[in-house]
Design a protein around this ligand. Structure first.
Ligand code: SF4
Length: 219
């Protein structure tokens, strides 16, 4: 693994590449954001935004989601993956909001993670984006690039990646860094075709070097 100092230098380079990175899930309030993040599991933000454009017109409150039969909600979500499971979790989440939280999205990690379909990543995103609390959510992009760059070990689990990043990056930068790392993974260091040939981190990146040597051998 690289040193913390080197890791922060890499995060700084990424920050310079994407200074305006922000949440790409469209939403108008914490409730909509929570639903959108829940829907985004194994689905692109673009697909979720296409869906929520109409969904959020029809369903504005937890009651709205509970006032329809599950089959109707499933039908409304059918354009995205895992829609049956997501429909079930949304109704369970809405039931919990009404029973335990006065219909509002709670403001703590523990309370958020008690909701159906909400894991640590979703809770971190909601705490950060909706409430401005320092959090560094690790999604598939953040995990991949942290490992490719050697900031974390390949065998690290998601929680270990989060802990390492939170250790390396100053707390006041966690929220912004989360979005910048996602943009870097989404638009530059893509899963299947990273842009190593134009990457400012190429010289220090173990994955980039590995790919370069493999290409040389093939040539
Ligand atoms: Fe990603 Fe390639 Fe850049 Fe490494 S060199 S960070 S693998 S794009």
């Amino acid at each position: 693994m690289i040193s913390n100092k080197k890791a922060l230098e890499m995060v700084d380079v990424i920050a310079n590449m994407f200074p305006n990175a922000e949440c790409e899930l469209k939403h108008d309030n914490p409730f909509e954001l929570t639903i959108a993040v829940l829907l985004s599991a194994q689905t692109t933000d673009v697909s979720v935004n296409k869906l929520t454009k109409d969904l959020f017109q029809k369903y504005k409150t937890p009651e709205d989601y509970l006032n329809v039969d599950i089959s109707e909600l499933e039908n409304d979500l059918r354009t995205i993956g895992l829609y049956r499971n997501k429909a079930k979790n949304i109704q369970k989440l809405c039931r919990s909001l009404l029973d335990q939280f006065d219909g509002e999205i709670p403001h703590t990690h523990a309370e958020l993670e008690s909701l159906a379909g909400v894991g640590r990543k979703t809770a971190n995103v909601v705490m950060s984006v909706a409430f401005g609390e320092p959090s560094l959510a690790v999604d598939t992009h953040v995990e991949r690039i942290s490992k490719r760059l050697g900031i974390c070990r390949w065998k690290d689990n998601v929680r270990q990646v989060e802990d390492k990043l939170c250790h390396v990056v100053p707390r006041e930068r966690w929220n912004k860094t989360h979005h910048q790392l996602i943009f870097f993974g989404r638009y530059h260091c893509l899963a299947r075709s990273p842009k190593c040939d134009v990457c400012p981190l190429f010289n220090d990146c173990r994955e980039g070097q590995k790919r370069y040597k493999a290409n040389l051998k093939e040539a």
